[in-house]
Each structure stands twice: as C-alpha cells, then as structure tokens.
Ligand binder design. Structure first.
Ligand code: PMV
Length: 395
C-alpha cells in the first residue's frame, strides 16, 4: 500500500474568472488573477491511498462516502494524472491498483467559501505525489479540469490563470506572479454573512452569462486585458492603492455581469451592499484606500487590508456592524489582532468621523476569519493520514 497526504489552500480572485469557452475542458473566456490564502486558517486536506488489495475505487468527503464513479470531473482528473505518470515514465502506482481517497475541509462548507478550488487542488496535488509526477504548468491543466479556479490553488502568493488560445487547453495554465513572501503584509478579513438563500451554481451562472450578457463581451475584449497588466504592475510595485481600486472595480463588474445575465443571477445580498458602502466611507475618512472588498458567487465579503491597518479597520467594522466580541475566538477566528494602543491611535479628526458612523446592521455576520497571503500545497508526513488501513479513521 502506498499513500500521500497533502494540504492545499483556498484562493480568492482579484480579477474574476467568469465564463467558459469550453465546458468539458473548463477553458475560461478571460485571464484571472488571485491571491492564495494561508493554509493555517483555511485548507483542504486529502489522503490518497493505492493498494493491490483494494477491490474498488472509493472516496469519502468530510467523512461521508460519495460515489466515486459519479463525478465526471474526478474521473477526468484521475485519467489525466495517469496520462502524465505514463509520459513521465513513473511506475510508482501499478495500473491495476485501486484508490481510496479521503478529503476534508478545515472550514465549514456553510461558510460559502470556495471549497471546490482547495478540494480539487488538494486532490490533484496528492495524486501527483502518489504517482510521482512534478508540480508544473501541465499539472495546473489537470486541476483546472476539476474546478476552474482550482488551478490557481496549486501555487502560493499571487497567481495568474492564462486563458490560453489552443483548442486542447494545453496553454490554459496557472503561473505564479509573485510568491507569498513578496508581500507578506497582505492580510484578509472574511466577513461570513448570515444568508440562507439558494443561489445559482457557478457553472450554470457562467453558462447563462456567456449566452446572454452583452457586458461580458466588453469585459472579455477590453476590460480584463487592461486590468491584468495594471494589477500585475501594482503587485510588483507593492502599490496597494492601485491594487485596491482594481480589485473593487472587478468585483463590481463581475456582479454587474451577473445582473446583466438573463434571467439575472443575484449573489450579493443587502448586507453585502452595506459592506461595500461602508468600505467606501471608511477609505474616504482615512484619506486613502486602506481596505478593498471582493465578493465571489455569494454574499460573503473578502476584505484585503495591509497588516498594519487591520486593527483600525476591525474597530470600525465592530462599530458599524456589531455582531460579536472580537475577544471571542469563535467570532473572530484565525490570526489574532493586536489591540490599538495610544502609540497607534488615529488622528483625532479621523477617529471622531469613525465614531460618528451610524450602526448599519446588527448581527449581520456569523463570524469573521482573519488570515493572510500563503503558500501553495504541501505534503504532510504519514502520521497525518486521513486513512488507516485504507479506511477513514474511526470506521
Ligand atoms: O471555479 P469555480 O467554478 O468555482 O468558479 C469560480 C468563480 C469565482 O469564484 C466567482 C471567480 C474566481 O475567479 O474564482
């Protein structure tokens, strides 16, 4: 029996991927750029195990067995990994051996965070370790076929997924723009919003957008190519002002396209819109961009903020959206936040403007996660395995 256990990160797009030019190969209509989040706070963990004695392929997700043959995307990833193993001359896993796979997320699925990106990145990376194939651009084409955004979770730091031009998708790859230690001060607050609505799944939402949104054509032809260049430059120059403006504008355009889709897709809710207007008020009071919001296909806000500005931002959030105590680690999860002391207090004019902001909404957030830019996937030692003798622990 051989096995590999790995963790892989979540990534949050700054320039969004929305729309496919090929459904099965998952080829996007435009390039996208994301930042990878630290696996200390959010990650998927996967164990893949191969043995001569397994009678069939089996898989467990968050402890529940799921039909292995039921997912065409999973089948495709496995087929591609085997093809790469063959072309690399790796014979680590004999072709007749069956697989057992267990995968968990360390964050609640109810948080509505992009779990499929971390999940497929972790699956493909763990398979690559098991089969003995390198992490390179070609491996990102395999993760892409599990879930588009998963290809960006194979690298840490800042990552660009190139749409590519070839019909077979071989040039639709993710590449690292800058490693996490290029801008380690880049922190993130995820505001997990209370919301029970049923939203259109991203696959369906994208299909409808490509079919019906005129605005998407303009975005793909004109807007994204310019933004990609500008954001790459901003990241290279540690230019938070440009970074923040592009990120917020791109989130807004993505949601404008969702509304321009017919019938429309509504992902943000009332609280999301209140967060947007709060961040604009806050930045205005502070006299420069101190925080930037972005929203994926759901109502939760992801706020990018430099480390030194986290305490003041969090104080203002607490004032405007009182929900829970930041002393309480089930409300404020993840990295701890230093208290604002006298040596770091705001100028009094700014402080009094913050103090005079009205309460916008109470109990709007379930909790807040504080995290930062992080590394790509890593392999863990065997004592971290989720399988014992090929079965989930506790079975
Ligand atoms: O990879 P998917 O199908 O989960 O789509 C991700 C879409 C967005 O999260 C909204 C944008 C992105 O680039 O991650």
């Amino acid at each position: 029996m051989i096995s590999a256990t790995c963790v892989a990160p979540v990534n949050i797009a700054l320039i969004k991927y929305w729309g496919k030019r090929h459904e099965d190969l998952i080829l996007p209509v435009n390039d996208s750029i994301s930042m990878t989040l630290s696996t200390d706070e959010l990650c998927a963990k996967t164990t893949v195990c191969a043995s001569e004695s397994f009678e069939e392929n089996r898989m467990w997700l968050n402890g529940e067995e799921v039909p292995f043959e039921g997912s065409s995307r999973l089948q495709r990833c496995l087929k591609e990994v085997r093809r790469l193993a063959l072309s690399n001359g790796s014979t680590k896993v004999p072709p007749a051996w069956k697989l057992h796979i267990a995968s968990v997320n360390n964050f609640p699925t109810a948080a509505g965070l992009a779990s499929s990106a971390a999940g497929y990145a972790c699956l493909v990376y763990s398979l690559s370790r098991l089969y003995g194939i390198p992490l390179d651009e070609e491996l990102t084409t395999v993760a892409r076929q599990g879930s588009g955004s998963a290809c960006r979770s194979l690298y840490g730091g800042f990552v660009q997924w190139h749409r590519g031009a070839l019909d077979d998708g071989s040039d639709s790859v993710a590449k690292q723009i800058a490693p996490s230690n290029h801008w380690p001060q880049m922190h993130v607050l995820i505001l997990v919003v209370n919301d029970e609505r049923k939203k259109t799944a991203s696959t369906k939402g994208m299909q409808q957008a490509v079919k019906t949104s005129q605005l998407l054509k303009h975005r793909v032809d004109k807007v994204v190519p310019e933004r990609i260049e500008q954001l790459r430059d901003a990241i290279a120059a540690h230019d938070f002002q440009t970074f923040a403006e592009l990120t917020m504008k791109d989130s807004n355009q993505f949601h404008a396209i969702a509304l321009d889709t017919y019938p429309p897709c509504v992902y943000m809710n009332d609280v999301s819109h209140r967060i947007v207007s709060f961040i604009h008020d806050y930045n205005e009071i502070m006299g420069s961009y101190q925080a930037a919001y972005t929203f994926d296909a759901g109502p939760n806000a992801c706020l990018y903020v430099l480390e030194e500005n986290v305490p003041h931002l969090l104080n203002a959030i607490q004032k405007v959206f009182p929900s829970g105590s930041i002393e309480n680690t089930t409300y404020l999860r993840g990295l701890s936040v230093p208290k604002v002391d006298n040596s770091h207090s705001l100028e009094s004019a700014k402080q009094s403007k913050i103090d005079s902001l009205d309460i916008n909404a109470r109990n709007a957030f379930r909790y807040i996660i504080h995290t930062k830019v992080g590394e790509g996937p890593t392999e863990l030692s065997a004592d971290n395995s989720l399988l014992s003798n090929g079965l989930p622990l506790g079975h």
